[in-house]
Design a protein around this ligand. Structure first.
Ligand code: IPM
Ligand code: MG
Length: 322
């Protein structure tokens, strides 16, 4: 049965990297006999421009709100951001020792301060960080299961339990749930200490799980280890198999339309989709190997210190998909 994929190319470099990603999906799908249907939808600034009702014209609708609403309404509570250092990109990392860095950052995506009450006045502002036990439980189970599927089976739960009530509940629940996963080793880190260790000893991490705001901050920090945001894919999972796959970077309006954007984050997001939503391990591995080979061959876009265009990089990856 043909699978249904909705594409949200969005703004800026979105359409360019989406078309690069879809050309890779098309080529790989032929090789692995994967059938799919595409449906393109407007999203982000372009959707506001095209479909924004006049009554919203004076409202401060930002494209980010679309993404947050999509996550919330689809119930995409578990965001997975893998961090892997490609040997050919090691020299781009801001830190010297990046040997054997390979971890998953799992971020709670539909709760916490992002979705709590926000109040803004001239003399006072307030953001509420709410977490229910159910919200914490489901993301912790997701993280324990992810850790269970990896060779090291180490889970680091990140909180600020020396200060925050939400973190106190989080840590208590992590300790309780750990009993159900005896093969996983659970460690705790305070978020400030974790931020430091990501730079000084990133090798120590296998799977990291944390709440929404901490995960937002730490995942950008972690991604800098890889040398460029342009190579970072992500997946977000909800109930009933719903999932969203996206690069973790923004729309980069400054380089939009120039044909120089790095398409790898989108291409690797498609690999994650093939594996995590459709069980197409062969297709996913084929894409990941092709990307690694392309870097090794020195085909690099500007953000990676090279001169390859989006098209050249995509063609090289396509050639290496075999
Ligand atoms: C991310 C982004 C979003 C977030 C923004 C665009 C709202 O930074 O996916 O990490 O803060 O979650
Ligand atoms: Mg972010």
């Amino acid at each position: 049965m043909s699978k249904k994929i909705v594409t949200l190319a969005g703004d800026g470099i979105g359409p360019e990297i989406m078309s690069a990603g879809l050309s890779v999906l098309k080529a790989v799908s032929k090789k692995i006999d994967f059938e799919y249907e595409l449906e393109a939808k407007d999203f982000g600034g372009i959707a506001i421009d095209k479909h924004g009702h006049p009554k919203y014209n004076n409202a401060k609708v930002r494209p980010e709100q679309g993404l947050l609403a999509l996550r919330k309404e689809l119930g995409l509570y578990a965001n997975v951001r893998p961090l892997k250092i490609y040997p050919a990109l090691k020299k781009l990392s801001p830190i010297r020792n990046v040997e054997n860095v390979d971890f998953l950052m799992i971020r709670e995506l539909t709760g916490g301060i992002y979705f709590g009450q926000h109040e803004l006045a001239d003399d006072k502002a307030r953001d509420v960080n709410d977490y229910s036990a159910d919200e914490i439980r489901r993301i912790l189970h997701f993280a324990f299961k992810s850790a269970q599927s990896r060779p090291r089976k180490l889970l680091t739960s990140v909180d600020k339990q020396n200060v925050l009530a939400t973190s106190k509940l989080w840590r208590k629940m992590a300790d309780e749930i750990a009993d159900e996963y005896p093969d996983v080793r659970l460690e705790h880190q305070l978020v400030d200490s974790c931020a430091m260790l990501l730079i000084t000893n990133p090798q120590q991490f296998d799977v990291i799980v944390t709440e929404n705001l901490f995960g937002d901050i730490l995942s950008d920090e972690a991604s800098s280890l890889a040398g460029s945001l342009g190579v970072m894919p992500s997946s977000s999972h909800g109930f009933n198999g719903l999932a969203l796959y996206e690069p973790i970077h923004g729309s980069a309006p400054d380089i939009a339309g120039k044909g120089i954007a790095n398409p790898v984050s989108m291409i690797l997001s498609i690999a994650m989709m093939l594996r995590e939503s459709f069980g197409q391990e062969d297709g996913a591995t084929m894409i990941e190997k092709a990307v690694t080979q392309t870097f090794t061959d020195g085909i690099l876009t500007k953000d990676l210190g090279g001169t390859a265009t989006t098209k050249e990089m995509t063609e090289a990856i396509l050639k290496n998909c075999q």
